[in-house]
Structure formats: structure tokens, C-alpha cells
Write a new protein. Structure first.
Length: 168
């Protein structure tokens, strides 16, 4: 029996076969979670991606953990309250971005963690600092850029510890 579903959302220029999604999927499975990762690459519109996620997760039984990178991070955060997500894990989320339908999604603060690279040249690290401060959630700042691909094993370790904390 699984613990629930981890649904992963890739970023704007990626797809569900990207290195981060594949690595985090393996971590989730190793911790007893089912995994889903839809392909959102058919659109660059965050609202369309959000609707796709909401449709895919409607009626999911058991705990739902949303994981998203960049635009996928905004989608995960925005969907969290609407889907009553159990927890949210965000990678350089596209919060406070002009042109997005909302600027500050509501997330479950005690069960939300953010990983952001100090050297991100796409989404300023200050956005995640501000978001984490406002929601009082955990923030991990790492030596990396926007893609967070410099140390995928470290991302896996952070995600594994996140899942373990959910179990306690």
C-alpha cells in the first residue's frame, strides 16, 4: 500500500523526463509514494498548466504532495489550496512573476519547503526568500543557478528528508 501520490510538475522549458523530475520521482517511489508527472510542454501558459493539474488530481484519494520546478512551482503552489494538498516542495518557484494569474499562492506553511539557487538568473532568489518569509515555510538556499542541476543528489537528499518529515 502506498502513502499517497507525489505529483511532479516540470518547468517552462522542460518535460517530465528532465533530470530533476526523474531523480525526485525515484526518491518518492523509494519512500513508498505513487508518482505522477504530466507533460505540460504543450503550453507556456501557467493558467492552462494549472487547469491541467487540477483536472488530473481531482478526486485523488489519500495524501497529495505537489512538487514543482519554476513555472511548475507556481502551478504546484497555486493548486495546493484548491486540491487540499498535504504538502508542497518547490524548486525555484515562479512566484511574484509579472504575467502570472496570481502573485502569491496560498500554501500549507508547515508542510512547504522551497529550494532555490543563489545564482538564479531567471527567478531572483529574493522572490523565494520573500515567499518563504510571508508563508513561514522552510527555505533551502543552494549554490546553483535556476535549473538546480549542479547537485541533483543534494536535491534528492532534501526531498527525501522532506518526505520523511511528512511521515513523522
Amino acid at each position: 500500500m502506498t502513502k499517497g501520490l507525489v505529483h511532479l510538475m516540470h518547468g517552462k522549458g522542460s518535460d517530465p523526463t528532465g533530470a530533476k523530475i526523474v531523480a525526485l520521482s525515484a526518491v518518492a517511489r523509494a519512500h513508498g509514494w505513487d508518482v505522477a508527472a504530466l507533460d505540460y510542454s504543450h503550453t507556456l501558459d501557467p493558467a492552462v498548466r494549472l487547469d491541467q493539474l487540477l483536472d488530473a488530481c481531482a478526486g485523488v484519494p489519500g495524501p497529495l504532495v505537489l512538487v514543482g520546478s519554476s513555472m511548475g512551482g507556481w502551478v504546484a503552489a497555486e493548486a495546493a489550496a484548491r486540491l487540499s494538498a498535504h504538502a508542497v516542495f518547490l524548486l525555484a518557484p515562479a512566484v511574484y512573476r509579472a504575467g502570472y494569474p496570481t502573485q502569491e499562492p496560498d500554501v500549507p506553511s508547515t508542510r512547504t519547503e522551497i529550494v532555490h539557487g543563489w545564482d538564479d538568473d531567471v527567478i531572483p532568489v529574493d522572490h523565494s526568500i520573500r515567499f518563504a518569509r510571508h508563508h513561514r515555510c522552510t527555505l533551502h538556499l543552494v549554490r546553483d543557478g535556476h535549473d538546480l542541476n549542479a547537485d541533483i543528489p543534494q536535491l534528492g537528499e532534501l526531498f527525501a528528508r522532506f518526505l520523511e518529515r511528512l511521515e513523522s
